[in-house]
Design a binder for this molecule. Structure first.
Ligand code: GDP
Length: 331
């Protein structure tokens, strides 16, 4: 979308309600824009959205580069559209220009799925400023759901913060591993393993089958040592072998996810998690709005350098300086 085109909100909302993929792409571009008039239009659009036509499931997916994420999403996504689902894939790339830019940003990824009329793939935003999980990713999920995509996959590279943040906006969190190597080798942090709802060892095909199974057993063993999670049927995430290349294990992986989602819907945990996520997003939005107001206040911006100096020198704690700033804010 040409950023200056100023799409009418009503037209976008109607296009989304009709499940139009091009409208969805334009709507996501709108919510990602930082232009003040676009921010207002984005807010109006989100307020005007119809509720999702059917229950939705948000799945976070992470794994280090080369583990087979795009191959997996292509195969898994085709399996899911084959079951009658509409699948949206949102790729989030936390890489900065300094680290060489887009890790995920290859336009040829997931070509077959991208062409399917019941799939939508949003490549990662090219601007570093848009990288990482943020309120805009949450908005993009909302837009995709309003457009009738009942399964939303949020893909992120297993580096930096984004892989733990993705668990904060999704219902289920999937970790993809490759055969062999300990977690250090695979660059997987312990915290991610503990947050995963399902761990899949990919590339379990050909000569790698035995090694994939060894890796699966190792992880399953390690996971038995972590604190069991209340409410889930097994208490610890399942570890399974799959092959994105041959399709082996994909149907079973989906059954495992669907079973877990159904169990959490039954216990109420599903709704509680979404509620907590919405409240956390509200807190974050409030903090951001407050900070923006503080920065926009002329008296305060004049006093700001002195407050910063006080905090740098240790004369004021950050909390006390923030209080002082708020106290000066004009009503
Ligand atoms: P990503 O960087 O995590 O998105 O990984 P890609 O999907 O680009 O895959 C990285 C490499 O692993 C490619 O050469 C793929 O062909 C290969 N690959 C992906 N899935 C499988 C699989 O199930 N089996 C095998 N043998 N290779 C795979």
């Amino acid at each position: 979308m040409d950023a200056s085109a100023d799409p009418p909100v009503a037209g976008l909302a109607a296009g989304l309600a009709a499940g139009d993929r091009r409208t969805l792409a334009r709507a996501i571009t709108l919510v990602e824009s930082t232009r003040p008039d676009h921010r207002m239009a984005a807010r109006a659009l989100i307020a005007a959205l119809p509720p999702p036509p059917r229950p939705t499931l948000r799945i976070g997916l992470t794994g280090t580069p080369g583990v087979g994420k795009s191959t997996f999403i292509e195969a898994f996504g085709m399996h899911l559209v084959g079951l009658g689902h509409r699948v949206a894939v949102l790729a989030v790339d936390p890489s900065s220009p300094r680290t060489g830019g887009a890790i995920l940003g290859d336009k040829t990824r997931m070509g077959t799925l991208a062409r399917h009329r019941h799939a939508f793939i949003r490549p990662s935003p090219s601007q570093a400023a848009l990288g990482g999980i943020g309120p805009r990713t949450r908005d993009a999920v909302t837009l995709a759901e309003a457009a009738g995509f009942d399964l939303v996959l949020v893909e992120t590279v297993g580096v930096g913060q984004s892989e733990t943040e993705v668990a904060g906006i999704t219902d289920l969190f999937l970790l993809l591993l490759a055969p062999g190597g300990g977690d250090e080798l695979q660059g997987v942090k312990r915290g991610i393993m503990e947050r995963a709802d399902l761990i899949l060892v990919n590339k379990a095909d050909g000569t790698l089958v035995a090694e994939a199974d060894r890796t699966r057993a190792e992880y399953a063993g390690a996971l038995r040592l972590i604190r069991p999670r209340d409410g889930d049927p097994d208490g610890v995430p399942e570890v399974r072998c799959v092959s994105a290349r041959t399709g082996a294990g994909l149907a079973e992986a989906w059954s495992a996810l669907a079973r877990l989602a159904a169990h959490r819907r039954d216990t109420g945990a599903f709704a509680r998690t979404r509620d907590a996520q919405a409240e956390a997003a509200l807190d974050a939005a409030l903090a951001q709005a407050l900070a923006a107001r503080v920065r926009a206040d002329p008296a305060l911006s004049a006093a700001w350098p002195a407050l910063q100096a006080d905090v740098r020198a240790g004369r004021l704690s950050p909390e006390a300086a923030a209080e002082a700033a708020l106290a000066r804010l004009r009503p």
